[in-house]
Design a protein around this ligand. Structure first.
Ligand code: SF4
Length: 503
């Protein structure tokens, strides 16, 4: 497989050849502006590029011009060092190690969330999306991640944590999207596959603990700093990537749409997702249709970018009626909704793992599993399923991984399942979320978390395996969790990146 790179925006695609009508999914330039690249040459260029950045502020993190997630307005920077502090102390990026070849950015955007001068910002792609909508040549599909619905309204004068799913959907329709879908469906699908994978590992003596894989910042961190953990990380793609590949396969078949006509846009709280969608692993619809260049997702826009789209379109957000998602891959269960919180993935997975192991619906105490909720860096809990004691942990902030690995190395770790999210509070605290200066960050996090748990509690379907759309996609298409087709479309494998970033 060859690699081609866009000379304008740096987007890289793997393919045998690029078709003549190929256009860059990031900046839309034509195929002529792509050049073939070799891996080694690329690594050297990466180092060179980093040297070229004219940024003399040594206390502040450096941002490569090719960073897909973050950008830096150097003239705004006052060299206060807050961004590097959070990157070192919470995210866990190691700046002191002499062996590090290039600065390692895991794209999480926590520097953005902590910069007092707005010098660090999420990279913006919403204008490309707006242009594509206005051209009216494609079918524009948008899917919304769980955490966006409890933060979007904050920028329109509502209380922090206000649940505004209905207004968000209507705003997206007014912006011109043809289909509005919900990533909570992709989250339910992730749970079906991940819970089954967990049960298989338990029954077949597979590697345990199983680590979650839905946070791209965590996956990249493991690839660079702890590649020995990769066999323990779930093979499940993230919810947005599962959603993307199902839209460009099953949804296209059902709706009789050419997958090449679809532009998949995802609205997320997370800057790392901008990096994730361009990973070579996330092009499974191409395999399915045996056509090159079909990416699972085409554009990621953050919550704050959606705010700009709404404001710049002159939409009066507060007077919008509540809308509803389109069907087929419409709204997920309560389990899919709480994916936006720290502990939410674990809680969602345990609900379905319980069902797989017992054939019954989980008891009330597992539906409100408070032991994995809250803002501690590492939370532990034990559940009994079929007389089996399962010890689990929830980790937020990647600095906490070191102690987990230490215990693993000394055979002192008895967890069976570990949820890992980079951002404190989970995705509700992502780098693409609205920032409120002067308000305690934990207060903001807890209010957004409460908004998602409130929705979960009020939904009649709270478990992924009960979601009718999920049942239908297995019946009609995937067959069962872990089937050959599920493996092809919904799972992946990660490999070490240590050699790129270390001497
Ligand atoms: Fe993105 Fe969520 Fe991971 Fe933060 S915790 S980097 S928002 S996926």
């Amino acid at each position: 497989m060859k690699k081609f790179k866009c000379k304008i925006c740096g987007y890289v695609i793997e393919a045998e050849n690029l078709p003549n009508d190929f256009a860059c999914p990031m900046c839309e330039v034509s195929r002529e502006l792509f050049e073939e690249i070799e891996e080694k040459k690329e690594e050297k260029k990466l180092e060179k590029r980093i040297e070229l950045i004219e940024d003399k502020n040594d206390k502040c993190i450096r941002v490569s011009k090719n960073n897909p997630s973050i950008t830096k307005v150097v003239e705004n920077c006052i060299n206060c060092g807050l961004c590097k502090k959070v990157c070192k102390e919470k995210v866990g990026v190691n700046y002191e190690d002499d062996e590090v070849k290039v600065p390692v950015c895991i794209n999480c955007g926590q520097c953005v969330a902590n910069c007092p001068k707005d010098a660090l910002r999420p990279k913006q792609t919403y204008r490309y999306v707006r242009e594509l909508i206005s051209k009216n040549e494609n079918i524009m599909v948008v899917s919304t991640a769980p955490a966006v619905r409890v933060s979007l309204a904050e920028e329109f004068g509502y209380e922090i944590g206000t649940f505004a799913e209905g207004k968000m959907i209507t705003a997206l329709r007014k912006l011109g999207f043809d289909y509005v879908l919900d990533v909570t469906f992709g989250a339910d699908l992730t749970i079906m596959e991940e819970a089954q994978e967990f049960v298989n590992r338990i029954k077949n003596g597979g590697r345990l603990p199983q680590f979650t894989s839905c946070c791209p910042a965590w996956v990249k961190y493991a690839e660079i700093y702890y590649p020995e953990l990769l066999p323990y990380i779930s093979t499940c793609k993230s919810p947005i990537s599962m959603q993307g590949s199902i839209i460009k396969t099953y949804f296209c078949e059902k709706m009789d749409i050419n997958p090449k006509k679809i532009v998949n846009v995802v609205v997320v709280p997370c800057t790392a997702k901008k990096y994730e969608i361009n990973r070579k692993e996330f092009e499974s619809a191409s395999d399915y249709w045996e056509v090159s260049g079909i990416r699972d997702n085409d554009y990621v826009i953050t919550t704050t970018e959606l705010v700009k789209m709404i404001q710049e379109a002159g939409i009066d957000f507060s007077n919008l009626e509540d809308g509803k998602y389109d069907s087929i891959l419409g709204k997920g269960s309560g389990a899919g909704v709480i994916f936006g919180n720290t502990g939410g993935v674990m809680e969602a997975a345990l609900r379905t793992a319980y069902h797989i192991l017992t054939g019954e619906v989980p008891p009330k105490k597992l539906l409100d599993f408070k032991a994995v909720r809250g803002l501690d860096g590492v939370k532990e809990a034990t559940v009994m399923i079929n007389k089996m004691k399962i010890k689990v942990a929830v980790v937020q902030g990647l600095t906490n991984i070191a102690s987990i690995v230490e215990k693993m190395n000394h055979n002192e770790l008895d967890y069976r399942f570990i949820e890992v999210m980079n951002c404190v509070g989970g995705c509700i605290g992502g780098g693409g979320q609205p920032i409120h200066k002067g308000i305690n960050k934990d207060e903001i996090r807890l209010k957004r978390i409460a908004g998602l748990y409130h929705d979960d509690k009020n939904l009649s379907i709270r478990c992924s395996f009960e979601n009718k759309d999920i049942k239908r996609v297995y019946q009609d298409f995937l067959k069962y969790p872990g089937s050959r087709l599920s493996e092809k479309l919904l799972h992946t494998r990660y490999t070490t990146k240590k050699h790129i970033f270390y001497k």
